[in-house]
Design a protein around this ligand. Structure first.
Ligand SMILES: *[C@@H]1O[C@H](CO)[C@@H](O)[C@H](O)[C@H]1NC(C)=O
Length: 378
């Protein structure tokens, strides 16, 4: 990523209750926007109801099921049983099993087949964290977005690459994070600065879900690199390409906040290399606020694919909407669009012709958890 210019048993019920309550805890501004800008009849729209129903179903299942070992492999819903999850506690003041998150992760056995909940008590935990691919089924459970903060401050220049700058890097499948913040505290770079990308969170693990999680950074905040992911009720802040990578992800009811300085920003930089690549980002029912002007997306890959559905935009979007990364041929192969979006930044009149209002048929496959094969793993 170059700089812009340069280029779960009793836990069942409790978990369900907590998650359902969490629904009502979207950032106040997001709540207000939805209230103000979404007429009641729009709420009745079929595709949005489908999203909600799927999500409520997921909340219940994540609460109800935990993994049990299986001969046929751990990666499908079929293998989820009713074995109680194991909880281990991280507390910097010594009131848990571990002082650091990494020590807790290290304690999970290689080839783990049963959900391990790492409860991270309130505190700011300053260290880089890696969850290896050999340790699936880990949950990071924080005490709240503002209470549990996992932060480091590497930049690409210091770490030897954008990906290596990540404060937290999850490589394993079936990762879940709830009620905490992932941050990179490196200062926001000025436009054109080289090597200042600073990733807060990077994921290459498949089938991951994030619920009420904040991702805080500036350039390249969330490296949604590969795999199928659900981000629900998350807060994501950044400036340039702040959600980027080749993941196949559904961002549901999230709040994206731009801290871009003029003409230096883009919400997304999806990197899809070929027409058969499964990658793509879908934002459904989100709210976009902050400073601009910024692009909705930039074509990092030739087949870059990004869709905004029923999302509210403040007046911070560059009218053209999308940027071809300086490569004209990408205009023919990217898939960019919006569907039933609202707010002053949603105005289509200045959009490039290759970033347009989608038909309901075109928007439908992106509109709910089907997009991330939710029936298989959620
Ligand atoms: C969209 O922008 C155009 C051009 O600035 C303006 O004429 C039009 O009124 C806007 N439409 C809405 C719905 O705001």
């Amino acid at each position: 990523m170059g700089s812009f210019k340069g280029q779960v048993f009793l836990v069942l019920l409790v978990a369900v209750a907590v998650l359902v309550m969490a629904f009502s805890a979207v950032p106040a501004s997001a709540k207000t926007y939805h209230k103000v800008h979404e007429p009641k009849e729009i709420h009745k729209k079929r595709c949005y109801e489908a999203v909600k129903n799927n999500f409520n179903g997921w909340v219940k299942r994540v609460g109800d099921y935990v993994e049990k070992s299986s001969k046929s492999g751990p990666h499908t819903k079929r293998n989820l049983g009713v074995v109680a999850p194991r909880t281990i506690v991280v507390d910097q003041l010594g009131r848990g099993n571990f002082l650091t998150v990494q020590d807790a992760v290290n304690s999970v056995p290689t080839g783990n087949t049963k959900r391990v909940i790492i409860q991270i008590n309130a505190g700011t935990y300053r260290q880089k964290i890696i969850v290896p691919s050999t340790k699936p089924f880990i949950t990071f459970q924080g005490a709240g977005i503002k209470k549990t903060v996992l932060v480091w401050h590497d930049t690409a220049g210091e770490a030897g690459g954008t990906g290596l700058s990540a404060s937290t890097f999850v490589k394993s499948a079936h990762f879940i994070a709830q009620d905490l913040t992932f941050a990179n505290s490196a200062p926001a770079p000025v436009g054109g600065a080289v090597g200042k990308q600073a990733v807060a969170f990077r994921i290459t693990g498949d089938m991951a879900a994030f619920y009420r999680v904040a991702f805080l950074g500036a350039q390249d905040t969330l490296y949604d690199q590969t795999g199928r992911h659900l981000f629900a009720h998350c807060f994501i802040q950044g400036s340039i390409d702040f959600i980027f990578g080749d993941g196949r992800s559904l961002y549901l009811d999230c709040h994206l906040n731009s801290i871009a300085v003029p003409y230096e920003g883009s919400l997304t930089a999806q990197n899809r290399g070929s027409n058969t690549d499964i990658g793509g980002y879908s934002f459904v029912g989100c709210v976009v606020t902050g400073t601009g002007p910024i692009y909705l997306g930039r074509a990092w890959g030739p087949y870059s694919r990004t869709v905004f559905i029923r999302t509210f935009f403040e007046n911070i979007i560059i009218p053209a909407g999308w940027y071809n990364w300086g490569i004209t041929s990408r205009q023919k192969t990217v898939f960019y669009g919006q569907y039933e979006c609202s707010g002053p930044g949603a105005n289509l009149s200045g959009r490039v012709p290759w970033g347009r209002e989608l038909t309901s048929a075109e928007a439908s496959p992106f509109s709910d958890t089907r997009f991330i094969d939710g029936a298989l793993w959620l």
